[in-house]
Design a binder for this molecule. Structure first.
Ligand SMILES: *Cc1c(COP(=O)(O)O)cnc(C)c1O
Length: 403
């Protein structure tokens, strides 16, 4: 098969990059232009304002970098911290691990709260640690809202309540790379100080934009932050951005794509986007249940609406399922990372996606599992998801009829 033409579409069901809608592809197909022209701010100024609506903030400050999400991680930390600063971070998956690793490489002292993979940040433990920190040595709390490696969503509002209950001034740093634009996220209401995202997940763009939103409290902390930074210097961006420009050449096609992405999200309505992700996720979870398999997420309260990490039975290798799905059925599903390597596979269900597309992925996963000897009944997951989707459609219709 290798090298042969593969007819039809590749089914892209990794949890990022996600499918780029044709509208966005077309919007990015533009001639280059002078990014110092008097017309350029017409494209850029509204982007900053509209992104604030997606972060749900009134006076947050948005910065857009030509980077992946990892650059936004780095920016949020280096612009607000000094080497030696202590931060508290919960670790329960590969992304929370990598963020901690990045922070340490910048000389930050990270107090790690280990949580079992398949669970998430513990507001109780965070509150306890902050209460014990009487002299306020801890400068920030780092939380990955949606741990993409395990399909776990943490309760950021509860983390904020924990910080407040401990009457602690620590800043709240939140990785929203695989949640913002897909799962409800409320920067102001939850008192998030640094919110981080990237372009290739819920925003339905190619990778290449790292986006940070900073609260006023975070901007105040910037004044004496001594971590080294140059390319990611927030103030260079803020100064240029104020008039619609950038301190260096921006990734123009991606900015046009972002314009279209925001338009698409606004047309559907953010709340409807979140509801669609919930609806699709419930269908995926019904399929997993029908297969007799378990999610990596230990309890319903941890269930992610953007990615399901599915444990393969003992004696099987999740990597074989992924390999088979890709080679035989042109279906890309995500691998288990680090301590979950081989133990699971992940179906990403975020971005520009509908029920029938997801049913295709569930069908492909079912076939691939059988191919490698995991005897889930063919059609069982598809049938369970179909039933779930129809129930929900019926619900919606009854609602409409009642209105
Ligand atoms: C994808 C992702 C990132 C960023 O990864 P990049 O490859 O640098 O864009 C960070 N955190 C989470 C939770 C992610 O899912």
């Amino acid at each position: 098969m290798a090298g042969a033409r593969r007819p039809g579409r590749n089914f892209l069901f990794v949890p990022g990059p996600t499918n780029v809608p044709d509208r966005i592809l077309r919007a990015m197909h533009v001639a280059m232009e002078d990014h110092r022209s008097p017309d350029f701010p017409k494209l850029t100024l509204p982007l900053f304002e509209d992104l604030k609506k997606i972060f749900k903030t009134k006076d947050g400050q948005v910065v857009i970098y030509p980077s992946s999400g990892t650059g936004a991680w780095e920016s949020a930390l280096t612009n607000t911290r000094s080497p030696g600063d202590k931060l508290l971070a919960a670790r329960f998956g590969q992304f929370s691990h990598l963020w901690i690793d990045l922070a340490r490489r910048h000389g930050l002292e990270i107090i790690v709260q280990e949580e079992e993979w398949g669970t998430g940040a513990s507001p109780e433990r965070i509150e306890e640690a902050l209460r014990e920190d009487k002299d306020h040595a801890i400068k920030g709390v780092m939380v990955v809202h949606n741990e993409t490696a395990t399909g776990v969503t943490s309760d950021v509002a509860a983390v904020r309540r924990a910080i407040d209950a401990a009457k602690h001034p620590a800043l709240l740093y939140v990785d929203g790379v695989s949640s913002i634009g897909s799962i409800d996220f409320r920067m102001d209401e939850w008192g998030v100080d640094l919110a981080i995202t990237g372009s290739q997940k819920g925003l339905m763009l190619p990778a290449g934009l790292g986006i940070v939103c900073a609260s006023q409290k975070a901007l105040a902390a910037m004044k004496d932050a001594k971590c080294r930074r140059a390319y990611f210097e927030f103030t260079d961006h803020m100064k240029a951005n104020a008039t619609g420009y950038f301190p260096y050449t921006p990734a123009l096609p991606l900015l046009h794509g972002l314009r279209e992405s925001i338009a698409i999200l606004q047309e559907e309505g953010l709340d409807n986007v979140f509801a669609r992700h919930r609806h699709l996720a419930v269908g995926a979870r019904a399929a997993v249940k029908a297969w007799g398999l378990k999610l990596c997420a230990k309890e319903p309260k941890w269930h992610s609406d953007t990615v399901s990490a599915i444990m393969v039975p003992q004696g099987f290798n999740g990597a074989d399922v992924i390999d088979r799905a890709y080679r035989r059925y042109n279906l890309a599903i995500g691998a288990g990372l680090s301590q979950m390597a081989g133990k699971l596979f992940r179906i990403g269900h975020l971005g520009d996606l509908n029920e029938l597309m997801l049913l295709g992925a569930i069908a492909g996963a079912e076939m691939a599992m059988n191919d490698v000897g995991i005897e889930v009944e063919l059609g069982s997951g598809v049938g369970a998801a179909q039933a779930q989707f129809r129930r929900n459609a019926a619900l919606k219709e009854t609602k409409v009829a009642a209105e």
